[in-house]
Design a protein around this ligand. Sequence first.
Ligand SMILES: N[C@@H](CCC(=O)N[C@@H](CS)C(=O)NCC(=O)O)C(=O)O
Length: 223
Amino acid sequence: MSLKPIVLHGHAGGPNPWKVAIALEELNVPYEHKLWEFPDLKTEKFEKMNPNGRTPAIEDPNTGITLWESGAIIEYLVETYDKEGKFTYTSSPEKYQLKQWLHFQMSGQGPYFGQLAWFKNYHPEKIQSAVDRYTKEIKRVCSVIDAHLKSTGKEYLVGDKYTYADLSFVPWNILVGWLAGEEFEKEIQKDLPTYWAWWQRVLSRDAVQKVKKDREAALAKAH
Ligand SMILES: N[C@@H](CCC(=O)N[C@@H](CS)C(=O)NCC(=O)O)C(=O)O
């Protein structure tokens, strides 16, 4: 059965919609990426779809669902379009470990990396203690992954394969150099080599490279 394209509502700069784009590419599900401007997210037109006024949101004409929150969207896509379990596991304990890492990404990586972006680039006053706190938190989050992979000796976060848990970390990871500086990124590479090897492995995937390029093109167009 041929699928109708899913509409992905996103934003060129914001990392979260690109996480969904990577999942759609990996699953080979057709989609149209509709890019919004930030002020338009707080309008009735957008808030009818997502009362939180943020991206991503998806509309799937194949099932009739409208959904927001990138973690929930990833789970929906995998449950609906990954019946063969290419990027997921359906039995315990891996099924729950996947959720554990996705929750960690959603609550531990996204908001903390996002706060560094805010305090470094957008907050009207310079608050060094906030910048320091969130910079430290980036390294701490990366060190959790480093320690986990060291202890399991595996190449990916869950089980023996690349899954939706790995891909969920990509869009914020891509921004680390911009967020915290190249020197900081080099420090992570040096101090957390197991993490770094995993990150390079994930980054080299075709779907990730494609979406990275799409994002750069969208950003260039937006400026
Ligand atoms: N927890 C949400 C975060 C959504 C979010 O903060 N999206 C950003 C883009 S990455 C946004 O739309 N920001 C616009 C705004 O805050 O007005 C998710 O993962 O979907």
